[in-house]
Design a protein around this ligand. Structure first.
Ligand SMILES: [Zn+2]
Length: 269
């Protein structure tokens, strides 16, 4: 995805959390935070990942429209323990979302074609990270192909372990992670002028009660829908300072943990 244009209304929305039931997170943490970064943007390699690595934090990167020269760098990101995840190959969105070649709008796809593209994106990810399971984020938070929602077909095909979207639905705020539908994992995108303190306040509110806070970033310190490098660093510093109470991890790790607990609540430590 390039600059300008994801529907700001689609992304400037709110979402996620899970206050209702206390989740048993590792180390007695009272909540989990997942930092997700979309679109394989250069500022993520240049700014976000060094900031994460300097603090020993792991995050999830939804890759799309990869540049050949960046492949070795993303492979190294995976080797360092971050999660690489599916964001389709070509990042098709609805034609009205932003200007795009008509072939690469969701109106031009069938459900079957979209699933084939998602499968091929998985093949690319496996070639980079050696892993055989991948999660996905829907481009522009949209899940239609040719006007048909493809999430149930994707679920039936078993191609991805979860689908992260974007949601402003108030009901999401009461979700229980262990009961969360993995095809509908909401995340919070912030406006470009968000401060570190505002993001921290949102995280605090979201994990109260033992939930999971999923944040969605694009550019960090520049590019598309950016947060400032300073605000990003302030959030990361706060997460490090609160390691004892907040588990910062990848989305796959958090989902796996929640699902294992749901399967056998007494056995997890
Ligand atoms: Zn995207």
């Amino acid at each position: 995805m390039t600059r300008s244009l994801i529907s700001l209304t689609a992304l400037a929305v709110a979402c996620l959390a899970t206050p209702a039931m206390a989740q048993d997170w590792p180390g007695g943490a009272r909540g989990a935070v997942v930092l997700t970064y979309d679109d394989a943007m250069p500022s993520q390699l240049a700014t976000a990942i060094p900031a994460l690595d300097a603090r020993g934090l792991k995050a999830t990167f939804f890759l799309s429209n990869l540049k050949p020269a960046d492949v070795p760098r993303w492979r190294a990101v995976a080797d360092d323990g971050h999660e690489l995840a599916n964001h389709t190959l070509f990042h098709a969105c609805a034609a009205a979302t932003f200007p795009a070649d008509s072939r690469y709008t969701t109106e031009a796809y069938t459900v079957g074609e979209m699933l084939r593209e998602i499968e091929q994106a998985n093949v690319l990810l496996t070639a980079m990270d050696g892993r055989d399971r991948h999660g996905m984020a829907t481009p522009c938070g949209q899940s239609t192909a040719g006007g048909v929602d493809y999430l149930e077909a994707l679920r039936a095909a078993g191609l991805v372990t979860y689908v992260r979207g974007v949601s402003a639905e108030p009901a999401d705020l009461a979700a229980d992670v262990s009961a969360m539908d993995p095809m509908h994992v909401p995340a919070k995108a912030f406006d470009a002028d968000v401060t570190g303190a505002e993001m921290i306040a949102w995280v605090r509110q979201t994990i109260d009660g033992g939930g999971m806070a999923v944040l969605l970033f694009h550019g960090v310190g520049g590019e598309h829908l950016p947060v400032s490098a300073e605000a990003h660093a302030e959030l990361l510093d706060w997460l490090v300072a609160h390691r004892a109470e907040i588990w910062t991890t990848t989305l796959q790790d958090a989902m796996d943990r929640a699902r294992r607990q749901a399967a056998s609540p007494a056995t997890l430590k």
